[in-house]
Design a protein around this ligand. Structure first.
Ligand code: NDP
Length: 483
């Protein structure tokens, strides 16, 4: 008989926490409880990957009538009904949340709809005052979007808010150049919003392959995103208040009709927002979206008091087995700020169960994780960028960029990119980068080969699937660069 109420108490009902709880309970017979203060499914299901991807689909239909006409269809452009779409989206999220709750119930996991904090290494306190003890505690509380530290930043929204908008704005300014900024720039542009994006750096998607992100940026502009690099927001206020609007730039037109800027008071009201950027221009937008990164959810959880080490951004410091400085407490997913992706959190949850409940110490392999950025076109990537690989060793670069058959026929400017970064010494493919429609689907498969350590010659021995865009990955014969 255990001295504890539970063998495992999981804090956080997102992808990682739910998977760990479910597998520990159903496959190892552990007595498991889980607390979630918000909706089951967490960021990915409720306010991240899933609703985002559905919005990507919704936004992708904009160009289809035009393309269909090129292929002989008698079809007219339509308009997008945000209210109708949002209703269906919310119904789908409700359904998915129900699935998550059911999975936990079927596995025999006790759930608490409450916030949980750590009281000591074996006890959690729930927001309703109950105290529950457990032999092991798993913190899987994820992260939350952060706004920059500037006055009036609360006038802007963050990615969580997008899915709740009553109406789509006519114009939006997106701050940031990471995954979320670029994905929402493309989505909203596709849904008919006038999108302006400010990124403080020299090129969006810092850290990814230069050629690949360059093409994404070019295509985003081609599709209508007004992207400004080396630009940041320095001041913001409710339009018409708190500032001297010396002139309204192009961004003002959609929001204000050029001159008639209505003021509704600062702080939590609604109405156009005036912004001033680092290059001195002043503009007015209906909405400002901050996509300026995410911080781990570790505030007010009693973690430091319980002896758990937190990093500079508040992330829980763990070892390769996801164990914290307190042996009974583990942490997985975005709250540890390792590789902040849903499938990684799930892997970490499974490895935790294997380590703790099956007695088989299992570290998570964080190497060569393929991922996709759902811009339009998408970018899929695995392994090293050309720039990172060159720092490491001598490489060969195979790269081609072209108008795919489907776009060329429709006389559209869309281009795709297929790229392999190869080690001169080992011949291994160190990185594969794809910018193309459905690049996420393609990189999943290329990722297997790269993870297996495939060489350029393995790719070459593979017969092409014709006619496809990705056949280029096995037909590129001459390196573009060798250095
Ligand atoms: P990222 O860290 O990817 O990007 C944050 C962006 O905001 C960067 O461009 C950064 O600039 C910029 N920024 C940060 N602080 C400021 C500031 N004070 N002023 C102006 N700009 C600023 O975060 P995201 O929010 O886009 O995404 C969070 C995480 O979520 C990602 O790391 C990713 O792991 C995950 N995610 C994955 C997706 C996928 O797999 N498709 C989709 C969405 C999210 P700089 O580059 O100069 O630092």
């Amino acid at each position: 008989m255990s001295d504890f109420d539970y063998d495992l108490f999981v804090i956080g009902g997102g992808s990682g926490g739910v998977r760990a709880a479910r597998v520990a309970a159903s496959e190892t017979g552990a007595k498991v409880a889980l607390a979630e203060e918000d909706r089951y499914g967490g960021t990915c299901v409720i306010r991240g990957c899933v609703p985002k991807k559905l919005m990507v689909f919704a936004s992708g239909y904009r160009d289809m009538p035009g393309e269909a006409r090129s292929y002989g269809w008698d079809i007219q452009d339509g308009s997008f009904d945000w209210t109708a779409f949002r209703g269906s989206l919310n119904a789908e999220l409700d359904r998915l949340e129900g699935v998550y709750r059911k999975l936990l119930a079927n596995a025999g996991v006790d759930t608490f709809d409450a916030r949980a904090a750590l009281k000591d290494p074996h006890t959690v306190t729930l927001s309703d005052g109950r105290e529950i003890s457990a032999k092991h505690i798993l913190v899987a509380t994820g992260g939350r979007p952060v706004r920059p530290d500037i006055p009036n930043a609360d006038l802007g929204i963050v990615s969580d808010d997008i899915f709740h908008l009553e109406t789509l704005p006519k114009s939006i300014l997106i701050i940031g150049g990471g995954y979320i900024a670029c994905e929402f720039a493309c989505i909203l542009n596709g849904l008919g919003v006038e999108v302006t994006q400010y990124y403080r750096g020299a090129q969006i998607l810092r850290g990814f392959d230069d050629e690949a992100r360059g093409l994404v940026a070019e295509m985003m502009r081609e599709k209508g995103v007004d992207l400004h690099l080396g630009t940041n927001l320095v001041e913001m206020a409710r339009a018409g208040e708190d500032h001297a609007l010396s002139h309204a730039g192009t961004g003002s037109d959609a929001a204000s009709g050029g001159t008639d800027i209505k003021t509704t008071g600062t702080g939590g009201g609604t109405g156009p927002i005036w912004v001033k950027s680092t290059n001195g221009t002043e503009k007015v937008f209906d909405t400002v979206l901050f996509a300026t990164g995410r911080d781990p959810n570790t505030r007010d959880m009693g973690l430091s008091d319980a002896g758990i080490e937190l990093g500079r951004r508040g992330e829980i410091v763990v070892d390769e087995y996801s164990q914290t400085a307190v042996p009974s407490v583990y942490a997985i997913g975005d709250v540890t700020d390792r590789v902040n992706l849903t499938p990684v959190a799930i892997r970490e949850g499974m490895a935790f169960v294997e380590t703790v409940f099956r007695g088989n110490p299992t570290p998570v392999d964080h190497e060569l994780i393929a991922s996709a950025i759902f811009t339009q076109p998408e970018m899929g990537t695995v392994g090293l960028s050309e720039e990172a690989a060159r720092e490491q060793e001598e490489i060969e670069v195979y790269c081609t960029s072209f108008r795919p058959m489907q776009s060329a026929f429709a006389d559209r400017p869309d281009r795709v990119l297929m790229k392999l970064v190869v080690s001169q010494a080992s011949r291994k493919v160190l990185g594969c980068h794809i910018v193309a429609p459905n690049a996420g689907e393609l990189i999943q498969l290329a990722g297997i080969a790269v993870k297996m350590g495939a060489t350029k010659e393995d790719f070459d021995r593979t017969v092409a699937v014709h006619p496809t865009m990705s056949e280029e990955l096995v037909t590129m014969r001459t390196p573009l660069r060798r250095e």
